[in-house]
Write a protein that binds this ligand. Sequence first.
Ligand SMILES: [Fe+2]
Length: 308
Amino acid sequence: MTDAPLAAATAQILKTEHSAGQRPVVKTFFDEATFTASHVVHDPNTKAAAIIDSVLDYEASSGRTSYASAEEIVAYVKSEGLKAEWQLETHAHADHLSAAPWLQEQVGGKLGIGGDIVRVQTVFGKIFNAGTEFARDGSQFDHLFHDGDHFKIGTLDAVALHVPGHTPADMAFIIGDAAFIGDTLFMPDYGTARADFPGGDARMLYRSIHRLLKLPEQTRLFLCHDYKAPGRDVFAWETTVGAERAHNIHVHDGVSEEEFVQMRTTRDAKLSLPNLIMPSVQVNIRGGHMPEAEDNGVSYIKIPINKM
Ligand SMILES: [Fe+2]
């Protein structure tokens, strides 16, 4: 899609029933081991809540999982008396494992992700040579969102916006005046997400980012990651559309698509893969479930040699 119809489609999506006047409560939990920000967003009127991009603790050396990060979220949900209606994933993460299935057992909520997860499942199903027991149809999730889908969290209006580029399936969830934008933009002083994973595309990422930058300037943006930035000593995960347009080092107003693609591609060529990409991808494309146990009752993570 070229930019003009994309802008028109975005404007159409955002004006239908969606109220940017609502101000949900957002509480963020930052996991320093994977630099991931998990958000709990809720409607102050009804206490209905969504948990976005949760983290399952995973020790790579031992293959052990644990729940300290997710337990913090459960404690918060319970102490605030929230009703978890959704467990949302902005995409199939490559740097941390999702705790969504465990959180569903503790506090409930339907597990939702972008419908193009089937493309990610197809690509990685092939890379990991998964058998036919691994369905590539998104059936591991309770709900698949498509571009422009409207939904409610209590009385809050929410809309899903397809923002591919980092992966083909990335969704942003815009809930009242807050947008949970996954791996698209990072803090203005850090820039943007990489676009070199299988199925990633820098040009698509630029166009997706520009959909987000057309939201009202005061829209609160909540990020999925932060890595600090030269000269900044604290982690940060919240900014605004206005701040990104004025200051984002990769895509501030005036940076052309060609300039961005050139910069992103050059930079991505120098990045190494995330430490946890092998377990993360294999678990997250299964909706946060481990690969099916072998005949001894144990699940295994595969590592393809000389493939990635
Ligand atoms: Fe990611």
